[in-house]
Design a protein around this ligand. Structure first.
Ligand code: SF4
Length: 280
C-alpha cells in the first residue's frame, strides 16, 4: 500500500520499533529522534568528551556487573581489578550495602518484552524482572545518575509508562496466567547515589488505560510525520549536551549559553548520562 506522496510520505515505516529511549528523544527534540532512530546517523563520537565517554562506559559496566551477579556469576575479580577511585567500585559497594529488596521468585535480568502498538512494535529491555507466578511482576531499574527524581516526574516518564504497560501486555508468560492484572505490576527504581531510598511505583487498571492511550497517540503522531517535520527543538539549551549539535549548527558541548552553568552538567530533566536502553 502506498503511504502518501514522496513529499509527505511518513519517515517512519511500519513496523518501526518504539522504545522508551526513542520516545524520550522525540520529547527532547524531534530532530534528534529523526537523526538517531530514523536516518541512523552515527552517534558522533567525536563530540563526546573523553570524560563523558568513559563515564557512559562505567555506567554500562555497572549494569553488566549486576546482571552477572543476578545470574550467580562471581564479580569479585572484576571489582578487585578496579582502581581505588573507580566509580564502579563505589556503585557496587552501594548496591551491596543497600541492595533493593528482591521478591522471591524467578529473576530475569536484561529481559526484553515486546507488544504491537498500532502497525508498530513497542519494545523494552528491563534491567530485571522478578516473577512471582500468578501473584506479582516486579520490574527493577538501576539508575547511576546524580539526581534523585521527583516521584511524579518518574511516574510520567516514558520509561515507567512503557515498562509497566509492557509488563501487562507481554508479561503473561512470566506471570503464568493468560492475562496480567495491572495491579499485579510494580516498578522499582534503585539509585546508586541514594541506594537506601529506592522509589516504588505500583500500577493500576486506570493507569494502564491512560498509558495505552498516551502511547497510541504519540506513536500515531510520530508515524504521521514526513522527514522535514522532525524539526529542531526550540530550547537551544537542550542542544548543549547533544552529540548532534554539528548537524544542526547549535550550541556545542562546553559552550555556555547565557544563564547556563555548563560546569554543573545537564539538569535532571534532560540528563543524558543514563545508559541508553538500546543502541541498535
Ligand atoms: S543539536 Fe539540538 S536541534 Fe540538533 S538534534 Fe540535538 S537537540 Fe535537536
Amino acid at each position: 500500500m502506498m503511504r502518501g506522496t514522496l513529499a509527505n510520505r511518513p519517515a517512519v515505516q511500519p513496523p518501526f520499533v518504539f522504545t522508551q529511549s526513542n520516545l524520550q528523544d522525540f520529547d527532547r527534540c524531534p530532530r534528534l529522534f529523526y537523526l538517531r532512530w530514523v536516518a541512523r546517523v552515527e552517534w558522533p563520537q567525536t563530540t563526546l568528551s573523553r570524560e563523558r565517554e568513559a563515564d557512559l562506559l562505567q555506567r554500562s559496566r555497572f549494569h553488566r556487573l549486576v546482571q552477572q551477579w543476578l545470574l550467580n556469576i562471581s564479580v569479585t575479580h572484576i571489582i578487585e581489578a578496579e582502581p581505588a577511585e573507580s566509580p564502579l567500585r563505589t556503585w557496587w559497594q552501594a548496591f551491596r550495602d543497600h541492595p533493593p529488596a528482591l521478591p522471591a521468585g524467578p529473576r530475569f535480568p536484561e529481559v526484553e518484552l515486546a507488544a504491537p502498538i498500532g502497525e508498530h512494535v513497542l519494545l523494552a529491555r528491563m534491567d530485571l524482572l522478578v516473577a512471582e507466578p500468578r501473584r506479582r511482576l516486579t520490574i527493577f531499574d538501576w539508575k547511576t545518575g546524580l539526581f534523585y527524581p521527583r516521584l511524579e516526574r518518574l511516574r510520567e516518564s516514558w520509561q515507567t509508562v512503557v515498562y509497566r504497560y509492557l509488563a501487562v501486555e507481554a508479561g503473561a508468560p512470566y506471570f503464568g496466567e493468560p492475562a496480567v492484572p495491572p495491579d499485579a505490576v510494580e516498578m522499582i527504581y534503585w539509585f546508586s547515589e541514594y541506594p537506601a531510598t529506592p522509589l516504588a511505583l505500583p500500577y493500576s487498571a486506570d493507569e494502564h488505560t491512560a498509558a495505552g492511550e498516551r502511547l497510541r497517540e504519540r506513536v500515531a503522531q510520530i508515524a504521521s510525520l514526513p522527514a522535514e517535520s522532525f524539526t529542531p527543538c526550540e530550547d537551544e539549551q537542550t542542544c548543549l549536551f547533544c552529540p548532534y549539535w554539528g548537524y544542526c549548527g547549535r550550541a556545542k558541548e562546553g559552550e555556555a549559553l547565557a544563564g547556563t552553568d555548563i560546569a554543573a552538567g545537564p539538569p535532571d530533566e534532560w540528563d543524558w548520562s543514563d545508559v541508553p536502553e538500546f543502541e541498535y
